[in-house]
Write a protein that binds this ligand. Structure first.
Ligand SMILES: [Zn+2]
Length: 256
C-alpha cells in the first residue's frame, strides 16, 4: 500500500483506537486532564508549509473523534487565521511552531521580540499553551537555544515538548522529511530515547500496534503537508520532497 496517504493515516488512527489508545492534546497532558493508567497518544502536527493540508487532516481526525495538537509557524504561508480557527473549532489544540532565533540569525534580543510578537498574533486566535521549535534546515541556529536566556513559562506556556517530555518514557515517532526515522534528512527533529523502534512504512507501525509491541505512551509527529488525499497530490508531494531531501542531505554533510 502507498504510504503517506489519508487512507493509511485513517488506518493508523483506527488501529490505535481499537487498541484502546486515547488521544490527548499536549495541553491536556500538562494539565493532567487525562487518565495516566490508560494508553495514550499525543498526536502532534507541525504545520511547516501548507496550512490547507492541515485542515483536511484535522477534519479526518475529527470524524473519528481524534484530538491533536497543531503547531503553526507564523510565516505568511501558514499563518491563516480562518484555517487556524477552523481547526480549533474541530476540538484540536493550537500551538506555536517558533523559529525566532533562526529568523534573527542568532540575535537573542530581536529573537525574543519576534517570539512575543508572533505569539501574540496566535493568542488572538487561540490561547496558546504549548510551543515547539521549528528546525529550519537552512539555518545554523537552533531556536531552542533562546530558552538558555529567557523563560517561555513567563508567557503562559506550559510546555515545549523537546524539554518537557521524557522520551525515555514516551515513544517518539516522526515523519520528518517524509520518512519514518530517516536521520539522513532529519537535522533537528530527534530526541534522546531508550527505545529502538525503526519503521520504514506506516504499515509497520500499524502492525506493531496490532501486535501490542508499542509502549502505552506515544507521541507521533506528523507533518500534514506530507500526506496526500489524492494520487495527483501524492506525486506532487513526492517530487517536492525528493528535491528538498537532496538539499537537506548536502546541508547535513556540509555541517558534519
Ligand atoms: Zn517544522
Amino acid at each position: 500500500m502507498r504510504d503517506f496517504t489519508h487512507t493509511i493515516y485513517k488506518e493508523l488512527l483506527l488501529e490505535l483506537i481499537s487498541k484502546g489508545y486515547r488521544f490527548v492534546t499536549v495541553e491536556e497532558y500538562f494539565t493532567s486532564n487525562y487518565n495516566p493508567d490508560l494508553p495514550f497518544v499525543l498526536m502532534r502536527h507541525d504545520v511547516d508549509r501548507r496550512a490547507n493540508s492541515s485542515l483536511e487532516m484535522a477534519k479526518l481526525e475529527h470524524s473519528l473523534g481524534v484530538k491533536s495538537t497543531y503547531y503553526f509557524r507564523t510565516i505568511s504561508r501558514t499563518f491563516k487565521p480562518k484555517i487556524i480557527k477552523a481547526i480549533a473549532d474541530l476540538g484540536h489544540e493550537i500551538g506555536y511552531h517558533y523559529e525566532s532565533l533562526a529568523q534573527t540569525n542568532g540575535d537573542y534580543e530581536k529573537a525574543i521580540d519576534d517570539f512575543e510578537k508572533n505569539l501574540q498574533r496566535l493568542n488572538e486566535l487561540y490561547p496558546i499553551r504549548s510551543i515547539a521549535m521549528h528546525g529550519r534546515p537552512t539555518s545554523k541556529w537552533d531556536s531552542r537555544l533562546l530558552w538558555d536566556r529567557y523563560d517561555y513559562r513567563k508567557y503562559g506556556i506550559l510546555s515545549e515538548p523537546y524539554f518537557d517530555l521524557d522520551f525515555n518514557e514516551i515513544l517518539y515517532i516522526s515523519d520528518a522529511g517524509r520518512a519514518w526515522g530517516n536521520e539522513s534528512v532529519n537535522l533537528r527533529d530527534k530526541v534522546e530515547s531508550r527505545f529502538e523502534f525503526s519503521f520504514n512504512h506506516t504499515e509497520q507501525i500499524i502492525s506493531n500496534i496490532k501486535e501490542s509491541n508499542l509502549p502505552k505512551k506515544i507521541m507521533i509527529n506528523i507533518h500534514p503537508e506530507h500526506w496526500a488525499k489524492s494520487s495527483f497530490e501524492w506525486y506532487q508531494i513526492w517530487l517536492i520532497r525528493r528535491v528538498k531531501n537532496s538539499i537537506k542531505k548536502v546541508l547535513i554533510r556540509g555541517r558534519a
